[in-house]
Design a protein. Structure first.
Length: 150
């Protein structure tokens, strides 16, 4: 079974909570439709968005102030296992700090998205190496091409 991704709340009113989620495109916020739901003051309805692809994860600032490790995110940032995600200014007194753990690539969240074909890939095939000791020589010598100056 595929391992879910995880956001571990490290402090604040939700401290100690483990928020597991599956999916390749999820929202973080206080809205009921968010895969990572944080019901606390300072958390916007759709605070951030996490997109997980074969190459890794990216977090996007949507409606709220967001940080990764010690950096403020204005737009997007790469997200790796072990990174600290800040809901609010990094290190701010009213900010919430979470630690991200990347799970296995889950089932696609949106039908028809480019990831939708990932589960349809055939199983890997075994390829045997064929080694031949026979050396082939051409039957006729190749024609010699001579270039002359005009």
């Amino acid at each position: 079974m595929a391992q879910p991704s995880l956001m571990q709340v490290l402090g604040g009113p939700l401290g100690g909570q483990r928020l597991e989620f599956r999916g390749n495109d999820v929202f973080v916020g206080s809205a009921p439709d968010c895969a990572v739901r944080l019901d606390a003051s300072g958390v916007e309805a759709h605070h951030a968005r996490i997109v997980i692809e074969l190459t890794g994860a990216t977090i996007y600032a949507v409606d709220g102030v967001l940080g990764v490790n010690d950096d403020l995110v204005s737009g997007e940032a790469l997200l790796r296992s072990g990174d600290f995600v800040w809901i609010g200014e990094p290190g701010g007194a009213s900010s919430m700090m979470l630690q991200f753990t990347l799970g296995d690539l889950g089932e696609p969240s949106h039908e028809g998205s480019p990831d939708a074909t990932l589960t349809d890939l055939p199983a890997p095939m075994l390829v045997e190496e064929v080694v031949s000791e026979e050396i082939f020589e051409p039957e006729e010598p190749a024609e010699e091409l001579i270039l002359e100056e005009a």
